[in-house]
Design a protein around this ligand. Structure first.
Ligand code: PTJ
Length: 253
């Protein structure tokens, strides 16, 4: 579909089209379109902008990823359609790998996503088929099967647009979980170590920029950021921002 650049919601339409194309290309699941609709609704309530609380979470995410022993980036069908280059750039910056891990498990879709990412960079994607696997306890879905040298071995896991079960299971295993989720009420948002409450298309470029700048800083500086970070405050601030935005809209009605 050709999107009129002057349409008042051109950017939102462009993102939708990217996901629809992702479904046609066998990258995104059909349920991914529903998940996106939910995200869009929360983005609307947040005023479709990156708030200060998201910037604080991005700073903490960068500090965790840069001080991790073995960080891993977990990608699903929505993230793969929306921000593939950003995932590759972040992996290269952090010198870590990307693991494709799907909620709606499909060997075919994993292969397609891996091939797409490898076309951007040969070196950063773990090979699902060839890598030894491990089983994460406490997960009912197929998502429990992960790559041993990837998610299973990682101390810090970046899992945007995650489902609640796996986030809780990863936390129960003592891992630091960083997510991106527009819904501050979701189980993932509430159980992650760091929740970036922002659209992934806005927040990933910011995370790359922040991590790039922070990389050369002394470890102590990064640890200080983490000492004062409280995810509970981020969630509270997001709910307050939604309430304030609704009040403002109501005042103008
Ligand atoms: O590709 P698969 O099989 O791994 O499936 C991926 C989805 C996203 C379909 C699957 O993980 C799923 O069903 O996720 P949920 O439980 O719907 O959660 C996705 C969360 O991401 C929801 O809370 C949405 O609000 C949020 N979300 C959706 N789009 C965006 C988003 N958050 C940030 N940016 C977005 N663009």
């Amino acid at each position: 579909m050709r999107i009129d650049p002057h349409h008042p919601r051109a950017e939102s339409l462009r993102i939708r089209e990217t996901l629809v194309q992702g479904v046609h290309d066998g990258i995104t699941s059909t349920a991914g379109l529903l998940a996106h609709g939910r995200g869009e609704a929360f983005d609307y309530l947040l005023g479709e902008t990156t708030h200060d609380f998201a910037r604080r979470a991005i700073e903490a995410a960068a500090a965790y990823l840069l001080t991790a022993k073995s960080p891993i980036l977990s990608i699903n069908g929505n993230a793969a359609a929306l921000v593939p280059s950003e995932f590759v750039m972040l992996a290269k910056l952090l010198n870590c790998k990307i693991e494709v891990n799907l909620f709606h498990h499909s060997e075919e879709r994993i292969h397609r996503i891996e091939t797409m990412l490898r076309a951007l960079d040969e070196t950063v994607v773990l090979d699902w088929k060839k890598s030894p696997k491990a089983t994460l306890p406490g997960i009912a879905s197929n998502r429990k099967t992960v790559i041993r040298s990837g998610i299973a071995n990682a101390d810090v896991v970046f899992v945007p647009l995650e489902d609640g079960d796996r986030c809780e299971a990863l936390r129960a295993l003592g891992k630091t979980v960083i997510t991106v989720d527009l819904n501050p009420l979701s189980r993932t948002a509430r159980s992650a170590t760091v929740t970036i409450i922002d659209n992934i298309v806005r927040s990933l470029p910011l995370l790359i920029q922040t991590a790039g700048t922070m990389k050369a800083a002394p470890r102590k500086k990064k640890e200080e950021i983490l000492k004062t970070y409280a995810n509970r405050h981020i969630l509270e601030n997001a709910l307050a921002a939604i309430a304030a935005h609704l009040k403002e809209v109501r005042r103008k009605t």
